[in-house]
Ligand binder design. Sequence first.
Ligand SMILES: [Zn+2]
Length: 440
Amino acid sequence: MPTMLARITCPNCKQQFQAEVEQILDVRADPSAKFRVLNGLVNFARCPHCGMQGALDIPFLYHDPDKELALVYMPMSAGRSDAERQRAIGQFANAAMNSLPPEERKAYLLQPQVFITLDGLANKILEADGVTPEMIEAQKGRSQLLERMLDASDEALDGLIAENEAQVDEDFFRTLDLNLELAQSAGQLAVVQRLLAVRDRLLELTAAGRRIRARQKMLDRLRADPTRSNFLNLLIEAPDQETRELLVIVGRPLMDYIFFQSLTSRIERAEDEEERERLLALRGEILSIRERLDQEVAEVYEDRAALIRGLIVSSDPEKLARSRFAEMDEAFFEVLQMMLHQAQTDNDLELESRLREVWELVMRLLEESLPPELQLFGQLTRASSEREVERLLREHRSLLTDGLLELLEAGEKDMRQDGRLQIADNLALALRKAREMVRG
Ligand SMILES: [Zn+2]
């Protein structure tokens, strides 16, 4: 992400400090950006002098290429003249354009919408997701109720829950869980503990809580005994569609011909007409859930295939790959593998070498995001000569720790077992040389 150092004046103690700030947020390259904007966590900083922390009032551009959203946050406190503001907005638009490969540059980016409050900008993002003002109001209500619960004493909490039980629905639990994730990733242990304590009381005291707990128990039972017969029994026992849907997501690999055969025989053996109707409806429902899930997976695979084709023809594949980094996932490599296999079968040498270039490019970008020891390990596996191995080890002398030596040793063993002898030999050589250097 493009970040820069800015000099900040603390609003509390008026002293200055330096903080890293983000100016361009691209949700496709960094999916966490959306959550951070919606929760006021962009350019969050802590004053080293007085400890005050909060979001800094610093302009930024929010970019969602899939929704063609380009939104600029330009608070009044940025204290600039109209002309200066216009110039800053133009600079953002240009920077966002330049971060994209030529084929992804579109006109909307040159006309970003400008917001002077974070709330206004956040509402625009939500509106693009189909979230209405009423839904935003309801969400505010949930957040406020949750805050009151967090502040309440243990004795007051139960009363507060009883008074507001109607508002504690599954959306309320989602809000709570989001806050929990956030506090966990920020390392706020006291907040995490308080949230967990409130969550426990809610699970026990509210109808929605009891429903969620029962659902979790059924999923645990499936995970503990992932057999077709247990899966089928749980589906029959499940009280609502939400539970059946979660069961199908976890149990999808069990839904094969044999599974449906045993469901059919249950239907045939049903004791009365009512039971038979219920099982028939169940079969229809789980078939349609399965179809929907498979459809979603197919769409992900189609997206990844389109991205790979885009990388092959792009005039700047590296930029394209960086801007779509979040999509370089397991599905991406599965599709790439299939396309490579097909190119080999068709004896299409040109396509095969293009696909290999894509593979190498993406592996390089992934490696960049790894810790330095793992990066060195990857480079050693690919070294083409003894001299290169020596050079790599010398250049990364400080990384030659016991941990890395163990990694090399285990890696060599794995590769030899897999029959990947070239890599195993490289690692064996690297291990020997690294030991010599550490001793010497
Ligand atoms: Zn301060």
